[in-house]
Each structure stands twice: as C-alpha cells, then as structure tokens.
Design a protein around this ligand. Sequence first.
Ligand code: SB7
Ligand code: NI
Length: 186
Amino acid sequence: MITMDDIVREGHPVLRQVADEVSLPPSEEEKHTLTEMLQYLINSQDEEMAEKYNLRPGVGLAAPQIGLSKRMIAVHFTDFDEQEYSMGLFNPKIMSHSVEKTYLSTGEGCLSVDRDVPGYVPRYARITVKGTDLNGNEVKLRLKGYAAIVFQHEIDHLNGIMFYDHINKEDPFNVPENAKPADREE
Ligand code: SB7
Ligand code: NI
C-alpha cells in the first residue's frame, strides 16, 4: 500500500525529470503500480483510512511522485458538475487545448510540496486528453474547469513541472490574461 512515506518531496530530482513513455501494452507490474496509485487516492479520501495511515488527501497522483519516472497518472475526484473521474492513465497526452485559461481561486497544492504556495495557477480552460486506461482501452477525454486543471497538474508532473512554476512571481494573485476562475461564479 502506498503511504506518505512513498511520496517524494520537492528537491528530489525525479520531480524535475521528463518521465519515460510506458511501452504498450503495460507490464503487469506497471498496471499493479498504477492501481496502487489510484488506491492511494481512494484511501486518502476515506476519513478512517486517511486518519489510520496518515494519508494527505489527494485528487491526483503522478508516478514521479512515488519516485518512478514513467508516464502514468491516477485521478479520483468529482467535478463541480458532479461528473466523477476515477481512473489510471498510461501515457496521457494533451491533444488540444483552448486559448482561454482558468484557475482555482484557492490556488493549488501538491502532495510533494509540504508548504503553502499562494497564487493563481493559470491553466487551459478546456483540454482534450488521450491515454490508455488500466483495462488497456484507449480513452479520449474532453475536460473543462476543475477536471481540466487536475489533469494538467498531473501531466505537468510527467514533464518535470511543478504548479508553482506557473505562478506570477511579481504578482501571484494577478488574474491571468484570458482567464475565468473555475470555482467561482463571476
Ligand atoms: C489542486 C490539487 C491537485 C491538482 C490540481 C489542483 C492535486 C494535488 C495532489 N497532487 O500533488 C497530485 O500531483
Ligand atoms: Ni502534484
């Protein structure tokens, strides 16, 4: 079982590496690891499990965060429009994105970052993602708002990018150009 002891923290070079593609079909070991990553997220959102094993709640996890430089992500969350996302993806790729941006008014956090980093993280408002799921099926997802933000945060990890790399250093709460908040009515 994956716990916080397995999560690598900022400063570890693996978080800055460009992760390797998983050659398809994935091995049994790769499928097992991705299943465990998804299970971490499910456990971390279960109050009893989270308390018992000291799990910090997370809606997503990327393989580099457990020290594995491979293109694998897991997500587990319900979007603002009640749509549920619970899956593991091999080789997720953003095929296209909007010009319009979005951001969370609360900023972002990361299981690999043990401090608050305030500021808006500009993200594409809409993305299309392709990847291969745990059953070996090719999937194509059209995502907007919060879901688009979570997938971009995870795919960034595969490219060695941390959420705070996107924050405007001079003015962290400057509203990004072309952007509407994903979590607030305007
Ligand atoms: C806020 C939090 C996350 C994504 C987008 C906005 C995920 C946090 C957990 N992770 O560190 C996953 O990489
Ligand atoms: Ni993260």
